[in-house]
Design a protein around this ligand. Structure first.
Ligand code: PMV
Length: 304
């Protein structure tokens, strides 16, 4: 018997990095998903095509340990989420693997257990993960996440966002460390940045509820300025943002850890096509659904 589950990727609309220091961030699940399929076996926990440690294997192994299952598991994964560019691909894969294992061994999706397992898996590749990626991949939708208070879901009136992939992969842990170095060297300035970041969140909540796209854009630019100051922007990100603004966007910012990865942008409906055309000449551009469904039982895609 096989079990399969899928989990969404995510975009952080506002507040990445500052969320590591217990400030709120606004996050949404997106319409790209990771799929995991599992079946019992008589060997260890094995991921198709992979040798060595991996967050998905770790997450699946944690579920097996918690459910006192000592047999083996064969794991197969497929994902439409680009990797290492800030869209939560690794967390989604960990959540989907944990979920498929929960279905196989327990016959249900135990969300609490799945999230714990995925967080442990993520700890292998991240440095101090805030938990935002695994939380949104589990629960889906959108809302405000704070490290100490967890996730509070919220209805945005924004159903789509433009995601532009700079094409430069990077490691989240390296960038989280870079921000820590900035904090250690510029303690007072960092405290002030954290206060400004929180203020942006509360203004963004109102703008998102009111679907005030122009204000959302301006707040993105303010958030980007703070991320630039702590050292996580990059030439690729700045070039993409500049091109977005020249093509008529209301605003744009990096999403996720930065240092490359993806940029998000908002614009009025009439300008979206021009933006997609201008950016699409040099970059992968996705018009992505927000507020996507969280982890669920699913069927593994038919691969060519
Ligand atoms: O780049 P991603 O998708 O791994 O996003 C990380 C978000 C950070 O705030 C930079 C780190 C974290 O654990 O919250």
């Amino acid at each position: 018997m096989k079990a399969c589950a899928s989990a969404p990727g995510k975009v952080i609309l506002f507040g990445e990095h500052f969320v590591v220091y217990d400030k709120p961030a606004i996050v949404s699940a997106i319409g790209l998903r990771a799929y995991a399929e599992v079946e019992r076996s008589d060997r260890g926990i094995i991921l198709d095509g992979w040798t060595g440690e991996n967050p998905a294997i770790r997450a699946s192994a944690y579920i097996a340990e918690e459910l006192e299952y000592s047999g083996g598991i064969n794991l197969r994964i497929w994902s439409s989420i680009p990797q290492s560019v800030g869209l939560g691909s690794s967390a989604s894969v960990s959540v989907a693997s944990a979920a498929a294992t929960s279905l196989l061994l327990k016959g249900e999706l135990d969300l609490e257990l799945i999230m714990r397992a995925a967080h442990i898996g993520e700890s292998l590749v991240h440095y101090r993960p805030s938990g935002i990626d695994t939380t949104i991949a589990t629960y889906g939708g959108g809302g405000i996440y704070t490290r100490s208070k967890g996730f509070r879901s919220m209805d945005f009136n924004l159903d789509e966002i433009l995601i532009i992939n700079t094409g430069k992969a990077r490691r989240t842990g390296d960038l989280v460390k870079k921000v820590k170095e900035f904090k250690d060297a510029h303690g007072e300035e960092f405290e002030k940045i954290l206060e400004d970041a929180e203020q942006i969140i509360w203004e963004a909540v109102d703008a998102l509820r009111a679907r005030d796209v122009e204000s959302i854009g301006k707040l993105m630019l303010r958030n980007q300025e703070l991320l630039r100051r702590v050292g996580v922007s990059s030439k690729e990100i700045e070039d993409v943002i500049e091109l977005c603004m020249k093509s008529g966007a209301f605003g744009a910012k990096l999403t996720g850890a930065g240092g490359g990865g993806c940029v998000i942008a908002v614009a009025e409906e009439g300008k979206i096509n021009l933006l997609m055309e201008n950016l699409g000449k040099s970059f992968e551009v996705m018009r992505c659904e927000l507020m996507a469904k969280g982890v669920r039982e699913d069927s593994f895609p038919d691969l060519p």
